[in-house]
Design a protein around this ligand. Structure first.
Ligand code: HPA
Length: 250
């Protein structure tokens, strides 16, 4: 077994990335875990020649809302598939003035406003309590792989930022965004947590490639429409794919 066969990279595709063009699928595996069934089957294969396992966070087709994603099953399934490093792709709203629609961001911090989600692997009958260190929620080395891949794809990104994870599925009020901004948030999305924390609990490296698809609520005069978001998603996910093809550590 080559080194690459024993260490595979996991990609969790979000809204707009339900499948990965360019991924040569060798096996499509429907699995179950102690936490239940993951959002989709695991598509195992090769992207630009490197072993990859792809999972569609919202199912394929897109049907599971952010608050009902079984994040624990998703991360567990990836680990069982011998994945050590996970790239989560997230569509987000932009709060910081530099993070308007179509901007790629590789965040380095998280604020968690989600609730009621299965957010830890450490519950049930435990031999001891565990508190993971989560000071830096994203892997520095995987973030730098992503930032380099963005450059190699001839694109640009904002190489840091604070991702605020909200509960959804509704978008925020203008006042909520003002509060998030006061708290230090640059981006807002609904799926960044508990995904990052669960990866950390499992000892996996995790980073997010975030695509801004709209200005967050109250940042423009106009209402946020799904049509506008879709238009940005189409072009933006082509950029995300170009980055992912170059983001596979060799
Ligand atoms: N808020 C929360 N989640 C999002 C947004 C937003 O504006 N856009 C895309 N995901």
């Amino acid at each position: 077994m080559s080194q690459h066969e024993s260490e595979r990279i996991g990609i969790i595709g979000g809204t707009g990335l339900e499948s990965l063009e360019g991924l040569t699928i060798t096996e499509e595996k429907a699995v179950s875990t102690p936490w239940g069934i993951p959002s989709s089957s695991l598509a195992e294969g090769h992207l630009a020649g490197i072993p990859v396992v792809f999972l569609a966070r919202h199912g394929s087709p897109h049907r599971i809302p952010p608050h009902q994603v079984n994040y624990r099953a998703n991360l567990w399934a990836l680990q069982e598939a011998r994945v050590k490093r996970v790239i989560g792709v997230n569509a987000v709203g932009g709060i910081h003035p530099d993070m308007g629609p179509s901007t790629l961001v590789v965040p380095d911090q998280i604020l968690d406003y989600t609730w009621g989600r299965g957010h830890t692997m450490f519950e049930g009958k435990l031999a001891e309590t565990t508190h993971i260190d989560f000071t830096w929620p994203y892997s520095a080395s995987l973030r730098s792989v992503l930032i380099t891949a963005v450059e190699q794809a001839g694109l640009s990104c904002v190489p840091e930022g604070t991702y605020a994870a909200t509960q959804g599925p509704r978008l925020e009020t203008a006042a909520e965004i003002t509060r998030l901004e006061r708290d230090g948030a640059d981006l807002v999305g609904m799926t960044g947590m508990p995904e990052a924390a669960l990866a950390a609990e499992l000892g996996m490296d995790y980073a997010s490639l975030s695509l801004v698809v709209n200005w967050a609520a109250g940042k423009t005069e106009e209402a946020i429409t799904l049509d506008d978001i879709r238009a940005v998603l189409d072009g933006g996910m082509a950029d995300v794919r170009a980055v992912l093809e170059r983001a596979i550590p060799r």
